[in-house]
Write a protein that binds this ligand. Structure first.
Ligand code: SAM
Ligand code: FES
Length: 346
């Protein structure tokens, strides 16, 4: 916790004087840059300059939950709610396939309008049309039986951030109806069903301390997920946390590097929220050990409606082809976006 705290402060190091602001070392590296170099080298040894992509299909913004931080929480009456049809979802996947995506992530609010069978049917259809692709679900908390049904239908992976490993902190971020224990139970159920599991947390979420972040690392060390998604907390104006401070780029990069060192094989995305608070945020994430990016494949007409936080990027008309844009940006930093499922390799 102390290391996280010190590294997250800017100009934390008295030796900083020997280092220019871009982080290029003259005589000696700052602790922050040293951490970055170690994480980058480790990722590079394992993955080279390869960055894996996942096509994100935000298929519903309807949610029964009311997380205090989330823009699509059910109490936000300003949201224009939508639900994609099965045909729309399949069309997104077809388009993504042509663009070179070999993983599709179906993400949504916890929308009871999709039956378990309907989700299974969509997964099955994507796998039939694109047998060489992985399907990842990110659709919240469900029973063991439901997760099993979706796994049998062909779902390969599941993303469910634990959000915070500290029970008291969890209770400050979520209303009473939501249960920390159930979140954790879901994660272990998913693992036992053979999903490649992704978990993670927001950096700088309201009331979070450095000790909480250390607890997150400890939790993940026990869970051993294959994927770890973290990004800065970014306020949304229509939530109870609208006035809370956002997470910082620096602390997010510190946590990405620490995760890379702890989990050399993990798939670690450089997230949209990091790209939202800094124009070059996602590229800097790669420089700190991240190796995945999740461009938006949702129909342009709904992208603005899936606003989890203010000013979310890649929601305008210009973003229909996020793939091409990211290719160029990654290349400028020496990375190459690859056509590959990007499975976890143990
Ligand atoms: N409903 C599914 C779930 O709960 O896992 C998937 C959708 S949920 C909106 C996806 C993730 O968005 C959450 O796990 C949370 O960490 C992140 N998120 C929500 N609000 C955010 C905010 N204000 N800033 C940054 N990330 C946020
Ligand atoms: Fe939908 Fe949190 S508001 S899961």
């Amino acid at each position: 916790a102390e290391a996280i705290e010190v590294l997250s402060m800017t100009q934390n190091d008295p030796l900083c004087q020997n280092t220019n602001m871009s982080g290029d070392s003259k005589d000696v590296l700052t602790d922050f840059e040293y951490l970055r170099t170690k994480a980058y080298d480790l990722a590079h040894d394992r993955f080279g300059n390869r960055i894996y992509i996942r096509g994100l299909i935000e298929f519903t913004n309807i949610c029964k939950n009311d997380c205090y931080y989330c823009g699509i929480r059910k109490s936000n009456s300003h949201v224009d709610r939508y639900r994609l049809t099965k045909d729309q979802i399949l069309a997104c996947a077809d388009e993504g396939y042509v663009l070179g995506f070999r993983t599709f992530v179906l993400q949504g609010g916890e929308d009871g309008g999709f039956s378990d069978g309907a989700i299974a049917d969509i997964v099955r259809c994507i796998k039939e049309r694109h047998p060489d692709c992985a399907v990842t679900l990110s659709f919240g908390e469900h029973s063991y039986e439901t997760y099993k049904l979706w796994r049998m239908a062909g779902a390969d992976r599941y993303l469910l951030r634990h959000e915070t490993a500290n029970r008291k902190h969890y209770e400050r971020l979520h209303p009473e109806k939501m249960s920390y224990d159930n979140r954790v139970r879901c994660l272990y159920n998913l693992k036992s069903l053979g999903y490649q599991v992704g978990s993670g947390f927001m950096v700088g979420s309201p009331y979070q301390t450095s000790v909480n972040l250390a607890e997150d690392l400890h939790f993940l060390a026990k869970l051993q997920p294959q994927m770890i998604g973290i990004g800065p907390y970014v306020p949304h104006k229509e939530t109870p946390f609208a006035k809370m401070e956002q997470g910082t780029v620096r602390q997010t990069l510190v946590m990405i590097s620490m995760l890379r060192l702890m989990f050399p094989k993990a798939l670690i995305p450089s997230t949209t929220s990091l790209g939202t608070i800094a124009a070059d945020g996602r590229e800097r994430g790669f420089m700190h050990g991240a190796n995945v990016v999740m461009p938006n494949l949702s129909p342009v007409s709904v992208r603005k409606k899936y606003e989890l936080y203010d000013n979310k990027i890649c929601t305008g008309e210009e973003s229909a082809q996020c793939r091409g844009c990211l290719d160029r940006r990654a290349e400028a930093f020496g990375f190459q976006i690859v056509v590959d499922r990007g499975d976890y390799i143990s």
